[in-house]
Each structure stands twice: as C-alpha cells, then as structure tokens.
Design a binder for this molecule. Sequence first.
Ligand SMILES: [Zn+2]
Length: 730
Amino acid sequence: MSSYRYVNFLWNDAEAAALDPVGRLVYRSNLLGSDQRITNTGGGNTSSKLTEKDPLTGQPIEVLWVKGSGGDLRTSKRENFSSLYQDKLLGLQQVYAARSDKGLKSQAEDDMVGMYAHTTFNLNPRASSIDTPLHSFLPGKHVDHMHPNAIIAIAASANCEKLTQEIFGGEMAYVPWMRPGFELGLAMQDIAKKNPSVKAIMMGQHGFISWDDDDKTCYTRTLDFIEKAAAYIETKYAEKGGDKTAFGGQKYQTLPEGDRRAMFAAILPWLRGQVSQQKRFIGTVQDDEKILRFVNSKDAARLAELGTSCPDHFLRTKIKPLYVDWNPAKEDLGALKSKLHAGLEQYRKDYADYYSRCKRPNSPAMRDPNPTVILIPGLGMIAWGKDKSESRVTAEFYNCAVEVMRGAEAIDRYIALPQQEAFDIEYWLLEEAKLKRMPAEKELARQVVVVVGAGSGIGKETAHRLVKEGAHIVCVDLNTEAANATAKEITDKYGLGIGVAGTGLSSCGPALGLAANITDRVSVRAMLDQVALAYGGFDSICVTAGIFVPSDTTGHIPDEKWAQTFAINVTGSYIVGDEAAKTWREQGLRGNLVLTTSANAVVAKKGSVAYDTSKAAANHLVRELAIELAPLVRVNGVAPATVVQGSAMFPRERVIGSLAKYNIAYTEDEATESLVRKLAQFYADRTLTKAPITPADQAEAYFLLVSARLSKTTGQVVTVDGGLHEAFLR
Ligand SMILES: [Zn+2]
C-alpha cells in the first residue's frame, strides 16, 4: 500500500540493514508494538524462523525465535524472545497425536506447554508463550500475531466469517474462536496447507495472524490488513452518521471539566474503599472524548453488559464493566453513590453466579468479585489495578474494547465471547500457575503514601525508602520544582509502568510531585483532591515539613517568626491531619498519619524557644489526633535529633553558627561538606550510640510506622536521636 491513514508505517531499510536476523525481529516487534492501533500493551507476538549453528553438532539448523511469555512488543528486547528447535517443535505433533485424551482444552493440550522447554535452543531461559505452536506450525518464515482494534471489531462481529470474506477476499482465511494452544496451531496449519494462497487468518473473537518468508513484507502485510479493515469500518461508520449516531446516539451530557474533576475527587476515595474490601486497588481515570461518547450513549448499558471480547482484554477488564445509569444533568453526588452501591452489590452477585455456573471440578477458587472498570455517564471511566501500571493497562484495554464495539456496531452487531469460554481463560490452570509463579507482593504494595516535605532532607529520603517497599508516593512540597524533582528521581529509577491510558494527572507513574502549603487549608484540600484524581485515594501520610527559625543576634525571636514556626510545625500538621481525615472516613480503609516532632520537644534549652515549644505541641498533637482518628487511622510521631547531613534545616550559616557556639575549630573557607561532617560528629559524640544520625535512619522509622509491623501502636512518638538520655520520653 502506498500510504497509510490508520496505522504508522515506520520501517526504515537502513536501520534494518544494520541488524542481525534476531535484531531485525526485535526491530519489527518494537515497530508493531509502538502503534496502539496495531496491538495493545502485552498483546500479540511475533516470530522468525532463522538458520543458526547448532552448538551440539556445529551444523546449521532451523530455530524458531518467538516472543516469549510476558513482556510486550513495544519494549521487547532480544532476551524477551525464546528460541526453540523448529524440527523438535514439529515433532511434538507426534507426541500429541499419540495422546488418547487430546482435544481442545484437554489435559493433553495443556501438557504440551511444558514440552516446549524440551525444545529449547542454546539454553535460552525465556519461557515460551502459549501461542508458540501458532508460529511454529504456520509456513511463513516470519509470522505476526496482532490484536488491532479494527481487526478485533470484525472478529467480534456476529457475521465475522462473511465479513472477512467480503473485506479481504481469499487472502485471509477464518478460524472460529478457539482458546490459544496446540489445537489452534494445528487448525491453522491445516488451513494454510489446504489454501496455499492464504496469507493470513482471522481469529474469531480474538485478532489475526499473518506471515511471509520476507520480514519486511511480513510487516507491511500486517499493516495492509489492518489498514484495509480500518478503512472499511470508517466508511461504514461515516455512512451510518459517524460520531453523532455512534452507539445509538447520545443520551447524557458530559459535565463541564471543572465539575467533572470535583465530582471525581468527591467519589473516588469512597469508591476505592468499596472495591478494596478484600485487597486494595489503585485507580486510573479516563475522561477523554472517546470514552465520554461511549458512556453518554444510548447503547452503553447494553454493550457494557455484553462484556469485552478479546481474551487479552478481559483478563484485566474482567468479563464486563460496571455501568451505572446516573443522569449527570439531574442527579447529585448522593444519588451517584447510592447507584454505585447498588451496582456494586449486583456486580458481585453476578460475578459469583458466573463463577458457580462456569466452574469446573479443578477450577481455582473464586477471585475478587469487584469490577475493575466502572463507567459513569457525564464523567467517564475509572479503572482499578493492583498498582498504577496495572490500572493504566486495564483502562487501556477498555479503551480498546470501546473501539472494538464502535467498529463492530458500525459494520454489523457486536458479540462477546461466550461466558464459558471467558471463564475457561480467566480460570485456566495455566494462568493460575502463572499467577502463582509471580513474586510475592511487596510490603507496601497497593498503598499510596503522601510524603509532605518530600522535596528535601528526611522527606526525600522517606519517599525513596517507601517506594522501595512497593508504595506509590505522592511527593508534596511547598516548592513545586523540589516536589517534582523527587518524583522524577523515583520514576526515572522505577519507570512509569506500561499501559497507555489515563487522563491528565491520572496518567502518572508510581510517583507524582504536587505543591501544597500546609498552613493553608484550601491548598491542602486541593492537593488531596489531586491525589484522589491521580490514584483514587491514599492510605498514609507522612508530614516531614518543618521549620527552624533561629533567634536574632540579641537572642530574641520576633513575634511573626514565632507565629510562622507554630503555623508550620503545629497548625500545618493539624490541617493536613484534619483534611485527610475527611478522605479517610469516605474511603473507610485503615491508614496511618506520621508527624515529625523533635528531641527538642522534651528538652528545654537556650536559643530555640519557638521551635522547641512548637515541637512540644506537635508531640501532643500526635496524641490528640490518635484519639480523634481512631480506630481508622493510627497517628504516631517521629522525633529526630540533629540530622545535619542533607537537612534543609542546616544551611551553611547555621552549621557555622553551631560550630562557633560549641567552640569547634573551623576556617571560613572550609568546604560545607567538611563543616557538616564536623558538626555531625560533635552531635554524635553527645549520644549514647556515638554515630552520626542520617536521614536514612529517620526514614526507617517512617517506614515502620506506615507499615503493618507496628499495627498496634498509635499515639506514640518514636525517637531517632542516637540515644539522648535527656530526651528520654516518660
Ligand atoms: Zn492473541
């Protein structure tokens, strides 16, 4: 095809020519995966049959390089591909034929998956995909199996076979829905043998597969088929009236953006609490034009109930989403809540019914019955996952499902996978085994922790400490750039996650930077509402923001400095706790609030009257809030002492002032680092443990207090001061 309107043609001959054969396969895979209209995140696979030197004989041998289990095409590297002896894979057909219990979804078929490891070429450790036989048994040297929305729209149409013939003529054959595996590979082999002119196969309710002996032609052919499908759909769609009449036409109006944000912020924490009764979920919001067109439409209720089609999709989106018939123009938040509540109850009941209707004697136990996709007219979509990345993939897949339904309804009638087939994928023992092989979730997985003061010092260190345990971190600071810088350090290290979805803030990764002034209630509320939009809610808050204002040269502290010290060190923590409490009560999930006090809170001394007094008040604030927020939220404090390293509270001048005060030798031109080390050691020598106290020592205490390790501790202050006997609490 000379030009493409519905896919990106990205092949560059010079780039491809510089690569070895496996490199070209990786290149082709990355190009295909980079266009969402060609395949979804994690979906589809590619292969090349290449001649390699057999390490066992030194002779040339044909090896199938095929995308292995897990990973996704966009980001795949060489190590994501398994390599298998092609002749041994073909030989497995005899092993399979000899099994008396063979057949679709039989034990014999599942057992073949374990046999692929026996055909491994050159000790490649990458586990093989269940789609391996599709690639091995088809005749082309290069094979692409994709999940494009335009093709799935045809695959999910009631008259798929007829449409395939009409759109592609004899070039594309048709195979009805079969669960991927050995039988599907054999069926495809059969089709290709009987029809040598066929270049591709439409896979009912699933996607398609195409092949060629030349890799660039294989790539181009894949694009051509998708282009043809998309062009056919868009013509029919336009003939039917286009966007105006999509999904039966519009029933509800989209709320204005400001109202939508406010409504999402108000409903999300409550909704998160409702769906997180067994396990906590992280949310992603999508409210772009495409999703709104669907949720506002007349047919949304009917189509949503049918569920998603492509097996890849519903493993994340569940068999169907929850759609609530709420009228955004006439009904309020209270009405939305009660409709969601009723909808969730019905959904869980439907899910339990689906499970008991479809389960087999050896099926795994029923999984969480809550929806992972929720659709609300006027507002948009909310998707849930075990972490931000997964919730974004879930949202992406429902975006795909909407596109598929739009296409299918434009050319025919959308049909979903039969429920038993859906169940046999969702509760497939091979899928269960895959889940069991996954590493255990980290200690703070599924949690969102807001760290106030994350731009520097203890707050920054705490943010890094908590993300290591799997928490999502909202880095909050008065200084926006500092907040963003800490969030960026985290996302640079851990990545943004996969999945191409989420609107605005909600498209974030495992960390997010936000600005807030904790002395201003409106600013704190706005920040917490943004957290809800980004992640659906939050579990814990650590307030590490604080201020030390030294006395003037006469040893006196001006009234406004006194007021500022209390505003930040006491009132700020109170406002954060008080505003957060509203969200925690809506959410109804256990959480933690950790405030920062100081060893100075219990040791009176000269020159820091405002700071010390404010920290004494903060100690009591911990106790008061512990009583007010019980039993839902534990409130504790961390009392650091003299953390000089990395502390925003110890600028060079203060370090020099302290060195002078304690008669420690230094010179004016000495490097700050050296001055800091001297002062830190001086402080260390005054403690029982004699070692400098670092931000990392403090971060450990925040971690303990937001984890479940001290789950019976509330209203307490943990000192991290190296052992200052005059600061012992009693
Ligand atoms: Zn597939």
